[in-house]
Design a protein around this ligand. Structure first.
Ligand code: 5GP
Ligand code: MG
Ligand code: MG
Length: 184
C-alpha cells in the first residue's frame, strides 16, 4: 500500500510505480485550465459535473481557481478493472442536477479510450444542456478512440498506466499529491 505521499517509488499490491508528475506540475496545469475556463465562460452560468471517483481531487483543486458563478455536481461511473478498461461503462450515480439550457463542463481525471466520455455525453445531452465541454487533468491521445477529444486538457501523457492524485490501482493509491507511472 501507499505509505505516504511525495515518495519516489510506491508499491501497490503486485505493481511497482515511480514518480511521474510532481504536485507542482499538476497544480500549474490546473491553474492554466482554470484560467481558460474563466475566460471562455465569463458572464455565463455553468454547471461542473465531476466524474467520481477519480476526478475528486482535480475537481476540488480546479474549483479553487474558478471565479464564475457555478454549480458543482458529481456522477459516478466505472469502466476499469485493474490496469485496463473493461469496455463497459456502468452508471452508479446519475445526474441529480437540472442542466436544461445550462452550460455543462464535465470534469474527468483522465481521458483514455474515451469510452467513459461518450457514455457521459449521451447521458448529459439527453437532458438538453446549452452546451457540453470536457475538462480533464490528463489525456492519452494515443489511446483515444472517441469522436470528440476533450477541449480543456491539463497534461497529455503516453499510453501507460498511472496512479495517484485521485487515480487508483485496485481502488488503492488515490491519496497522493503526485502522480506515479507503472514500472514494466
Ligand atoms: P476511458 O473510458 O477513457 O478509457 O477511461 C476513463 C477512465 O478509466 C478514467 O476516468 C479513469 O478512471 C480510468 N483510467 C484510464 N486510464 C487510466 C490510468 O492510466 N490509470 C488509472 N488509474 N485509471 C485510468
Ligand atoms: Mg474517471
Ligand atoms: Mg479506476
Amino acid at each position: 500500500f501507499v505509505e505516504s505521499t511525495n515518495l519516489e517509488k510506491v508499491q501497490i499490491k503486485d505493481k511497482k510505480f515511480e514518480l511521474y508528475i510532481s504536485e507542482n506540475e499538476i497544480q500549474k496545469s490546473i491553474q492554466k485550465v482554470a484560467a481558460r475556463i474563466n475566460t471562455d465562460y465569463k458572464g455565463e452560468e455553468i454547471i461542473f459535473v465531476g466524474v467520481l471517483n477519480g476526478a475528486f481531487m482535480f475537481a476540488a483543486d480546479l474549483m479553487k481557481d474558478i471565479n464564475l458563478e457555478c454549480e458543482i455536481s458529481f456522477v459516478k461511473v466505472t469502466s476499469y478493472k485493474g490496469t485496463s478498461s473493461t469496455g463497459k461503462v456502468h452508471e452508479l450515480i446519475g445526474l441529480t442536477t437540472d442542466i436544461k439550457d445550462k452550460h455543462v463542463v464535465i470534469l474527468e481525471d483522465i481521458v483514455d479510450s474515451g469510452l467513459t466520455l461518450s457514455k457521459l455525453y449521451s447521458m448529459i445531452d439527453h437532458n438538453s444542456p446549452k452546451s457540453v465541454e470536457v475538462a480533464t487533468l490528463l489525456y492519452k491521445p494515443d489511446a483515444f478512440k472517441g469522436k470528440y477529444p476533450p477541449k480543456y486538457v491539463g497534461l497529455e501523457i503516453p499510453n501507460k498506466f498511472i496512479v495517484g492524485y485521485g487515480l487508483d490501482y485496485l481502488e488503492l493509491g488515490r491519496n497522493t499529491r503526485d502522480i506515479y507511472q507503472i514500472k514494466e
